[in-house]
Design a protein around this ligand. Structure first.
Ligand SMILES: [Zn+2]
Length: 222
């Protein structure tokens, strides 16, 4: 009798856990994502749109390397780290992401334009020609800016997305991009974080309408 009751309790718990995991829905491949994963996604991406995600509409992103050497190698690190959650094709003009040399006010700067519906519409990456003062040099700077170009809109305290130190793409950073690209653009994740956060005034607008601009800079080594 007692044993039966324990069984029922376990079953109820299993059903509860399953439904908690499934509650996100939409996009698939996210059933393993935890509240902490969504909190990180919010801090590094969705905070810019009142808790709605911001990404390219396709996970295949075209890149124009311009006059900067080694762009493909640096961008492809993200493809490798995420197990192909994002991938890149390299073209001439008219690409989603354009990379070029120019004055950046640091090591590199990325301009991200996105719609109020959470769709990135264009990205321009400017790489400082003199990388002597940049940790990890040219390849680290381009990989870092590539992170911004695909939707990593904040900075981390460690790894590739540190504001000025070179490092590898951490598993948390790779998982964030994987989670981002498993959800449709503009997905509201505020209900999945299990926490109360001070949301910014919500700029989200399902019809897209307005275009927002972000400028994110990689600083010199300190
Ligand atoms: Zn940066």
């Amino acid at each position: 009798m007692k044993r039966n009751r324990v069984w029922v309790l376990c079953l109820a718990l299993a059903v509860f856990l399953a439904s908690a995991c499934d509650s996100g829905g939409g996009g698939g491949g996210t059933s393993g994502a935890t509240a902490a994963d969504y909190q990180y996604l919010y801090a590094m991406n969705a905070f810019e749109l009142g808790g709605h995600t911001i990404r390219w509409p396709s996970n295949v992103i075209s890149v124009s390397p311009g006059d900067v050497p080694g762009v493909a190698e640096s961008f492809n690190r993200w493809s490798t780290a995420t197990g192909g959650a994002v991938s890149f094709v390299y073209t001439g003009g008219g690409a989603n992401v354009s990379v070029h040399y120019g004055s950046s006010g640091g090591c590199g700067v990325t301009h991200v334009a996105f719609t109020g519906a959470g769709v990135i519409s264009s990205v321009a990456v400017t790489i400082e020609p003199n990388q002597a003062y940049c940790d990890g040099g040219l390849s680290a700077t381009v990989s870092h800016e590539a992170g911004h170009a695909i939707g990593f809109l904040g900075h981390d305290t460690t790894g590739m997305m540190h504001p000025f130190r070179a490092g590898p793409i951490t598993s948390q950073q790779a998982n964030m991009i994987r989670l981002l690209y498993s959800l449709p653009p503009g997905t509201d994740i505020t209900g999945r974080m299990r926490t109360k956060v001070a949301y910014r005034a919500n700029k989200y607008n399902a019809s897209g309408g307005r275009i927002y601009h972000l400028v994110i800079r990689r600083a010199c080594r300190r």
